[in-house]
Design a protein around this ligand. Structure first.
Ligand SMILES: [Fe+2]
Length: 314
């Protein structure tokens, strides 16, 4: 396991409300339309300011068929059609982290719709770790320069008249962010639906204790905050995908982290559970692309782009 770059405990346990206080807009209720990709169980969210119609696209998906190595843009094109039909201006493409289960469509969407691409500053740690795993040459920059903006904890930005705040929520990976936009929080891979629990913390640079502390910060947001998840896997007994809940519902009922569960108990549960999980089926293609901001590796001299499969490393 690699050393985590997560902030020290003091910074982590600071209430999320302190970070968001300067941008608090309790009455701001952005419009959120979500698109669910049931091949990767990913929810992409398009959030917009109803006053200015400025929008951000969070965690987009490029369709990828691993057997043929073929990419397609059906999911991304559905988002473009929605943006155009609603007359939205996309100002941000936001990644909550370097995903291991799907390829990002951000470069394609950016080229078609404009806007800036952002991720957490600790993406450089992910680039460093996976740059070594994939034996990338010096042409692969490990400084985050594939992105237009690298966010730090407590940063703020705007989507039209909407104010947004950035929370660094490491644990699943070192670089995870949550975005607080008006009354909505986009929590990435930290929390899942209350009946399903939390994200795994066993990837390189992951840390179950940091994940617990990150989740505690999220749970300190107002109870009525809307929570938009990055994934849903249908908990046993539930037959539909759901990707929206509230901070109150998570605090009261999340099976892994509801009030009363302490860090030691969570870490023991998370560690035991992670030991039973196999690697996500697209981790090798996904990380190779997503650590490049969604761009494919450069073409070889025959004009073809290739993805590598390191043997016996993960
Ligand atoms: Fe993830």
């Amino acid at each position: 396991m690699l050393a985590s770059t997560a902030p020290k405990d003091g910074a982590l346990v600071r209430a999320a409300s302190i970070v968001t206080a300067s941008v608090a807009q309790p009455d701001a209720r952005p419009v959120v339309r979500s698109f669910f990709d049931d091949a990767s169980f990913t929810a992409t969210h398009v959030v917009h300011d109803p006053k200015t119609r400025s929008a951000a696209i969070i965690d987009s998906v490029l369709d990828f068929d691993q057997a043929s190595g073929r990419t397609s843009r059906t999911s991304a094109d559905a988002i473009i059609a929605y943006v155009e039909a609603e007359g939205l201006t996309v100002v941000w493409h936001l990644e909550t982290h370097a995903h291991a289960d799907h390829l990002s469509a951000a470069p394609y969407l950016q080229q078609r719709l404009g806007g800036q691409l952002a991720i957490g500053r600790a993406i450089t740690t992910v680039q460093d770790v996976f740059g070594k795993i994939f034996n990338e040459g010096t042409e692969f920059e490990r400084d985050g320069s594939q992105f237009d903006r690298l966010f730090d904890d407590g940063d703020s930005f705007e989507i039209g008249a909407l104010k947004a705040a950035v929370l660094h929520v490491p644990g699943h990976t070192p670089a995870d962010l949550a975005y607080v936009i008006g009354d909505a929080v986009f929590c990435g891979d930290t929390l899942f639906m209350p009946d399903y629990g939390t994200a795994r913390a066993d990837f390189p640079g992951g840390d179950a204790a940091y994940l617990f502390r990150s989740i505690r910060r999220l749970l300190s947001l107002p109870r009525e905050s809307r929570v938009f998840l990055c994934h849903d896997y249908k908990a046993p007994g539930r037959d539909t995908y759901v990707w929206e809940t509230t901070i109150g519902a998570e605090s009261d009922a999340n099976v892994h982290v509801h009030a009363g569960i302490d860090e030691a108990r969570f870490v023991a549960m998370r560690t035991a559970r992670d030991a039973t999980l196999s690697m996500p089926k697209l981790i090798l293609p996904a990380i190779q692309v997503n650590m490049r901001g969604g761009h494919m590796p450069p073409a070889e001299e025959n004009g073809t782009r290739y993805l590598k499969i390191p043997l016996d490393l993960l």
